[in-house]
Design a protein around this ligand. Structure first.
Ligand code: CAA
Length: 445
């Protein structure tokens, strides 16, 4: 069976950045380390005045097409994953295709376009849709463009404000891919939850503490479901484990839970027995609460062991590097976690082809999905060609007053006139509204 998976990746960060320790923390009267160490973020990315989910998505897609030499006829499908859409009918993919048609000969009139919604999980679901389309033989030799694009903004004063971010990830899904091959083994953990939602409103209603618990519960269910089809997992099976990263502190919790689960009944549990005892077993407890307390105590000890630290440093830490500099990109977050790990491996000269990653996606509301991916021969050239550092380093560092203005500019209920902070250069920009209240875009040379 021909491999199908991610063939090329590009990202586009919002062109502004907010320094959480030095700009945000003092205004909030918080210790900077709450953000840098507790939550795990240095900066958040924000869109400039002329940027939004369409411009970031279209700019990432154009970079991808230019770098890989693709033309519109090579693309048979454009799926956009977002939870920041501004239209309940017309999908963002039509806007993005319209932008791209301004600069390429040819068009996307025979490409199937859509928009996927399941909170932050939708990017992964769009990749699945593309995979299934190719596997079903309906692609006529063409590839799919999946674009995960979001402006993850919270109400001012919401605890989530510290985890904001804005950016897009464009991914090309093809046969015989360069970066990773997707496997058919998947696990799901899904339940009707009220943890984070946007019922016809721009900024989310969030029960932050509960959302953390729901993330962990669904991720654990997904891992159990994954194991029911792929067999028991062991930490040594996977080079990297990229998780959905609303903020790196969340990944610390998910990684610990995953490691405990994966090491249960293994050589790792045996090796740790003399130091921290064996993992608690439910049958040994009179109540679920007592069992959970014992598990929590075990995890507190596990976190301090050398084995865990070493595994975390190798398999998890490299996945959170980009996120710690940009904040939450919602649908794109798990995909920048994968990219972050691969770029770190490329920098260290690791030889990854044929090795596997376990990818844990999550969307509030709530559903987690876990699947394995196998790294392909072309991964290093592909991920090294992406200008991640240039984009991150060239962001304009906003003051707190500027942050307030930027937040207002992107608030759909406010009308404020603010000068742009950066100059557009070879990119799509938002230019205003048309006669039917549609958003309009132009390519600036
Ligand atoms: N030094 C070091 N660490 C510190 C510190 C300091 N001075 N002060 C606080 N901390 C630590 C805390 O101990 C805590 O760590 P632990 O959870 O490991 O104990 C961490 O910093 C955060 O502190 P708080 O819990 O006090 O922070 P908070 O209550 O202000 O906000 C939050 C945390 C509720 C998660 C908030 O950021 C939030 O609501 N975020 C939005 C929702 C979210 O992202 N949920 C994640 C799961 S849902 C999801 O994944 C979907 C999605 O993308 C939104």
């Amino acid at each position: 069976m021909t491999a199908v998976g991610i063939d090329a990746i590009e990202i586009r960060t919002g062109k502004l950045k907010l320094d959480l320790a030095n700009t945000f923390a003092p205004k909030k009267g918080e210790d900077p380390e709450k953000y840098t160490k507790g939550i795990g973020l240095k900066h958040s990315s924000f869109p400039d005045v002329y940027e939004d989910i369409v411009t970031m998505g279209a700019n990432a897609a154009k970079d991808l097409m230019d770098r890989t030499g693709l033309v519109p006829d090579d693309i048979g499908r454009i799926d956009v994953a977002t939870e920041s859409a501004f239209d309940n009918s017309k999908p963002v993919s039509t806007y993005i295709a319209g932008c791209l048609e301004q600069v390429y000969d040819g068009d996307f009139h025979h490409a199937n376009k859509g928009e996927r919604k399941f909170a932050c999980l939708a990017g992964t679901q769009s990749i699945d849709d593309a995979y299934n389309w190719i596997r079903a033989g309906r692609n006529r030799g063409r590839s799919a463009l999946v674009i995960a694009t979001d402006t993850a903004l919270y109400e001012r004063g919401d605890p989530g404000e510290a985890t904001q971010g804005a950016g897009a990830v464009a991914m090309l899904i093809s046969e015989d891919p360069n970066v990773v091959e997707l496997s058919t083994d998947q696990g799901y953990g899904s339940a009707d939850e009220t943890d984070f939602l946007k019922p016809n409103q721009q900024f989310p209603s969030v029960d932050g503490k509960r959302s953390v618990q729901v993330y962990l519960a669904r991720m654990r269910e997904a891992l159990e479901d994954y194991e029911s089809v792929a067999g028991d997992t062991h930490p040594d099976d996977f080079e990297y484990i990229p998780f959905h990263t609303p903020f790196p502190g969340m990944v610390r919790k998910a990684a610990l839970l995953g490691y405990r689960h994966m090491t249960r009944g293994t050589d790792v549990e045996d090796a740790l027995e003399s130091e921290i005892g064996r993992q608690p077993r439910e049958a040994d407890f009179d109540s679920w609460d007592a069992y959970e307390d014992a598990i929590r105590d075990y995890m507190d000890d596990l976190k301090e062991t050398d084995q865990y630290s070493e595994w975390y440093g190798h398999a998890i830490e490299p996945t959170i590097d980009i996120s710690s500099q940009v904040g939450n990109w919602y649908t794109g977050s798990v995909h920048i976690a994968r990219l972050s790990a691969l770029r770190s491996a490329a920098r260290k000269g690791e030889s990854l082809a044929g090795k596997r990653m376990l990818v844990g996606s999550y969307g509030s509301g709530a559903q987690a999905e876990i699947h394995a991916e196998t790294v392909r021969e072309g991964w290093k050239d592909e991920v090294s060609a992406i200008d991640v550092e240039d984009q991150l380093d060239s962001r304009y560092d906003i003051s707190y007053d500027e942050y307030e203005l930027v937040h207002d500019v992107h608030n759909h209920d406010k009308e404020v006139d603010v000068e742009e902070f950066t100059q557009p250069d070879g990119e799509f920009v938002f230019t205003g509204w048309g006669r039917m209240n549609e958003r309009r875009y132009e390519y600036i040379e």
